[in-house]
Design a protein around this ligand. Structure first.
Ligand SMILES: [Zn+2]
Ligand SMILES: [Zn+2]
Length: 170
C-alpha cells in the first residue's frame, strides 16, 4: 500500500526504521489500541521512556508516541521544530495538544515560572498532584491544574460562609 500519506509518513520515519513492507492502517490501529482517550488528553498506556514520554515500537526501534500520533493522524512532523505539550502531560499523545515551536522557544518556556510550577509534584498545601488529585481546567487556551483537595476545601468553605450568612441575624 503506497499512498501520498504513507509516503509522507515513510519519509518521516525512514531514518528511524529501514522498514519497507508496512501497512499504514495497521500501524494506526496498533497505535490507537494503546491510547486511553477517555479524557481530553490521550494517555499512552504502553511503555514510556525515563522522561515519561510514550514509546511506540516501530520497525525494531521506537519513537515518541506523540510524534507517532502526529505522523499517523496529521502528517509529517515539522522539521526544525519541537513539539510542546500545551497540556503539560508528557504522556499525552493527542495531536491537538501539541504545538510546534522552535528550540529556543522550548527552552524559554521550560524555564518560565509557570513551567516550574507545572513541574511541581505537590500543591502549595503539599497535597500530591497525582492522577486522582489533579483537576485540569482550561484558562486562556492553556491547561492549568488544580489540587482536588484544595478545590473541595474551598467550595466547602464557600458553602459554610453562605450558611452562616443565612443564620446570622443582620
Ligand atoms: Zn494532552
Ligand atoms: Zn492542595
Amino acid at each position: 500500500m503506497t499512498t501520498a500519506r504513507t509516503r509522507l509518513l515513510e519519509a518521516e520515519l525512514v531514518d528511524l526504521a529501514p522498514f519497507i513492507d508496512w501497512d499504514f492502517d495497521a500501524l494506526a490501529l496498533r497505535f490507537m489500541a494503546k491510547i486511553d482517550a477517555d479524557g481530553d488528553c490521550w494517555l499512552w498506556t504502553g511503555a514510556v521512556n525515563h522522561l515519561g514520554y510514550g514509546r511506540f515500537a516501530y520497525g525494531g526501534t521506537d519513537i515518541r508516541a506523540h510524534r507517532a500520533a502526529w505522523c499517523l493522524l496529521v502528517g509529517p512532523c515539522p522539521e526544525d521544530l519541537v513539539p510542546d505539550h500545551r497540556c503539560y502531560q508528557t504522556g499525552c499523545a493527542n495531536p491537538d495538544h501539541l504545538e510546534w515551536i522552535t528550540e529556543e522557544e522550548n527552552i524559554r518556556r521550560s524555564n518560565s515560572a509557570s513551567a516550574r510550577n507545572q513541574r511541581a509534584t505537590r500543591c502549595p498545601q503539599k497535597h500530591p498532584y497525582d492522577e486522582a488529585n489533579t483537576v485540569w481546567r482550561v484558562q486562556k487556551g492553556r491547561k492549568r491544574r488544580e489540587c482536588r483537595v484544595c478545590v473541595n476545601e474551598q467550595s466547602r468553605e464557600r458553602k459554610r460562609r453562605a450558611r452562616l450568612r443565612l443564620v446570622v441575624p443582620a
